[in-house]
Ligand binder design. Structure first.
Ligand code: GLV
Ligand code: MG
Length: 328
């Protein structure tokens, strides 16, 4: 282990994160009643420019009046390049009461962007004597944000999570796709010709065009103790497509995925919860390692495979997640 200790952000369940436009207050109550882990009320891209002020007022009212239960509650403010952003922060924090947990910063590009919002939030918290400290979620969704992802991840003690915003990332990098998330038929490899049988059909394997971006973000997040979260999958009539995207993000280290439609909440909760078999196995690993340590051994075999001190850390992660879900 490095001498540097990576402080972990406040532990929260973040398997599913529901996007709710601030301009659609009729959706708020249903979101509050849902089984989602995190809700973000949106001031940004789901809200048309003419609706921005009303959306902000709707959000303030909802923060004060709706019973959000134990859900983590976030607001996605407008980008730092707009004139809406300062008022989003000032009005929502000054008038929205104590319920809000997080602010989501879209299109974050540099550590200085984080610093600027941190400064504003810190002043408002002090002036209003807010008891609960606001945390930050950052959407990595521009080439600039990805180029500076390590500095952004380290920029504030308020940071809790990084999110991969695939739609804006595609636009920013000029990727040749117009869908939100998912694979692309042109991103793939053709297997070699079979020299013994040159006319035999060759297989074409689709690749994951987002592999690098998600992996890069996961590394920056984990190196700074933050949660990496996969962003939207636009085709809400394709649960199998959603499953595939969520599973591959989970395998790479993401803890959850956005839901842009209520039907995606249950999928995310299921796919980002450890299965009973995984939890049972993790508990057996912990027992076996306890026994090994009592006997002065660093590594033992379990079910014909080597387990060692790293296995303890992997197993503890799983068991902690299962306990958090059970306690929800
Ligand atoms: C999310 O904001 C995205 O652009 O995908
Ligand atoms: Mg976006």
């Amino acid at each position: 282990m490095s001498f540097k200790i990576v402080e972990q952000a406040e532990a929260r369940l973040n398997r599913s994160e529901l996007a709710v436009p601030g301009s659609r207050p009729e959706m708020f109550e249903k979101a509050a009643q849902s089984d989602v882990d995190v809700i973000f009320l949106d001031c940004e891209d789901a809200v048309a420019p003419d609706d921005k002020e009303q959306a902000r007022r709707n959000i303030i009212q909802a923060l004060n009046e709706i019973d959000w239960g134990t859900k983590t509650l976030s607001v996605r403010i407008n980008g730092l390049d707009t004139h809406y952003m300062y008022r989003d922060v000032v009005d929502i924090l000054e008038q929205g009461g104590e319920r809000l947990d997080l602010i989501m910063i879209p299109k974050v590009g540099t550590a200085a962007d984080v610093y600027a919002v941190d400064m504003l939030v810190t002043q408002i918290e002090a002036a209003t004597k807010r008891k609960k400290r606001i945390g930050f979620e950052h959407i990595i969704e521009t080439a600039l944000g990805m180029a500076n992802v390590d500095a952004i991840a380290a920029a504030s003690p308020r940071n809790e999570s990084l999110h991969f915003g695939v739609a804006d990332y595609a636009a920013s990098t000029k990727a040749r796709t117009t869908v939100i998330g998912g694979p692309h038929p042109n991103y793939g490899v053709l297997t070699d010709r079979d020299e013994a049988d040159p006319d035999a059909p060759r297989a074409y394997h689709w690749g994951d065009m987002w592999h690098y971006a998600i992996s890069r973000m996961v590394v920056a997040a984990r190196a700074n103790g933050l949660r990496p979260i996969d962003g939207p999958f636009g085709d809400f009539s394709d649960p199998d497509g959603y499953r595939a995207q969520a599973n591959r993000a989970g395998v790479l280290g993401c803890e959850g995925k956005w839901a842009i439609h209520p039907s995606q909440i249950a999928l995310a909760n299921e796919l980002f919860s450890p299965s009973d078999a995984e939890v049972t196995k993790a508990r057996r690993i912990l027992e076996a390692m306890e026994q090994a340590q009592r006997e002065g051994k660093g590594a033992v075999s379990l079910d014909g495979r080597l387990i060692d001190l790293a296995s303890i850390r992997q197993a503890e992660n799983l068991v902690q997640k299962a306990d958090a879900i059970a306690g929800k």
